[in-house]
Design a protein around this ligand. Structure first.
Ligand code: NAD
Ligand code: TYD
Length: 355
């Protein structure tokens, strides 16, 4: 049994689906179902005998204690987090509550559980913390990509809260010997991505005939990784990673936001052209920049590749095509997750950006 936190979110749900498909064994999903958590993302595995869902908060120590004692996991994979930079700029409290305090409480309970395990199980146990490249801050265009030894310099409330959680994980290992692993991954994209993030938001807005809101000059660069490749990296690090180490995860797919938006438009022109035959790119609209907007992220994944033999299976062209096809084929999922609360966020946020 492994315990996955935040498994009803974008990456966690992909991870659980892949884990079961690869015959990874029983998995418990601990998720409190915030706006970003959707059980519809796991509808196809919900009835599998290996899968169990437990609704709860990683910060609720009594709940976590009971769940650990009931399920007796051999590993915990911690995805649970508030994850959207724009929301962290509007209101950072939840980011501190879940990403910092929640991770701390989870670590405390996991450590108590781990300490009481028989020696062989204690030695085999792992706590894998899923983190982001955003903890390293922003690169200039000519800088080399982030390696694991790059200094932490988070710039948003989101990345600052993730940096704090990484430090707490590190401290749990250094101080108490908890067998931890940390992965720092670049921007993910793929199926079940909540449509507040760049790629799914642009696909949806394009299909709905809405403006495609590009922040600032659109030249900010992100290093995009197809979500299944992130999941394969996590599985590998969990199995073979050296305890106490951090591993950067990225597929060397640096793209400016404008390149991403135009690539989406081109795919939609081919796969679902507008009724009036006007290219979707006509909907591109520049809006006010995000405050403190990091210019560039780029990952050097050499350590993961050379030590553990990981390779990304998708490049940006193949991954983006799969992603656009998935959104076109799954209108019911989109309908299900774009609730009243989602529409309220989009209306408020983009009204301010346009102002
Ligand atoms: P997401 O926002 O889609 O999902 C987060 C999940 O965590 C949701 O299901 C939510 O209900 C759950 N959750 C939130 N607070 C919780 C709490 N207190 N207790 C229990 N569950 C809680 O996020 P994602 O994009 O799937 O990201 C997952 C993890 O990967 C995060 O830690 C994020 O920092 C990291 N990450 C994301 C990316 C990316 O591009 N999305 C890249 C690198 C790293
Ligand atoms: P996002 O998906 O929010 O990921 P992150 O901020 O964690 O990298 O944004 C990716 C990039 O796209 C980022 O540079 C901000 C930009 N962006 C837009 O230009 N318009 C949008 O509507 C959104 C959501 C993001």
């Amino acid at each position: 049994m492994i315990l996955v936190t935040g498994g009803a979110g974008f990456i966690g749900s992909n991870f659980i689906r892949d884990w079961i498909a690869q015959g990874g064994g029983p998995v418990t999903n601990l998720d409190c179902l915030t706006y970003a958590g959707n059980l519809a993302s796991l509808a196809d595995v919900a009835a599998r005998p290996e899968y169990r869902f437990a609704r709860g908060d990683i910060g609720d120590r009594a709940f976590v204690r009971q769940l650990l004692s009931d399920t007796r996991p051999r590993a915990v994979v911690n995805f649970a987090a508030e994850s959207h930079v724009d929301r962290s700029i509007h209101s950072g409290g939840e980011f501190v509550r879940t990403n910092v305090v929640g991770t701390f409480n989870l670590l405390e309970e996991v450590r108590a559980y781990w300490s009481a395990l028989p020696p062989a199980e204690q030695a085999a146990f792992r706590f894998l913390h899923v983190s982001t490249d955003e903890v390293y801050g922003s690169l200039d265009f000519a800088d080399p990509p982030f390696t694991e030894s790059h200094r932490y310099a988070p710039n948003s409330p989101y990345s600052a809260s993730k940096a704090a959680s990484d430090h707490l994980v590190r401290a749990a290992h250094h101080t108490y010997g908890l067998p931890v692993l940390t992965t720092n991954c670049s921007n993910n994209y793929g199926p079940y991505h909540f449509p507040e993030k760049l790629i799914p938001l642009m696909i949806l807005h394009a299909l709905q005939g809405k403006p495609l809101p590009v922040y600032g000059d659109g030249r900010n660069v992100r290093d995009w990784l197809y979500v299944a490749d992130h999941c394969s990296a996590i599985r590998l690090v969990l199995e073979k990673g050296r305890v106490g180490e951090t591993y950067n995860v990225g597929g060397r797919n640096e793209k400016s936001n404008l390149e991403v938006v135009h690539a989406i438009c081109t795919l939609l022109d081919e796969l679902s052209p507008r009724a009036d035959a006007v290219p979707y790119a006509a909907q591109v609209s520049y809006v006010k920049d995000r405050p403190g907007h990091d210019r560039r992220y780029a990952i050097d994944a050499t350590k993961l590749e050379s030590e553990l033999g990981w390779r990304a299976a998708e490049d940006f062209a193949t991954g983006l095509r799969k992603t656009v096809q998935w959104y076109l084929a799954n209108p019911a999922w989109i309908e299900g997750v774009t609730s009243g609360a989602y529409r309220q966020w989009v209306d408020q946020h983009y009204a301010q950006a346009a102002a």
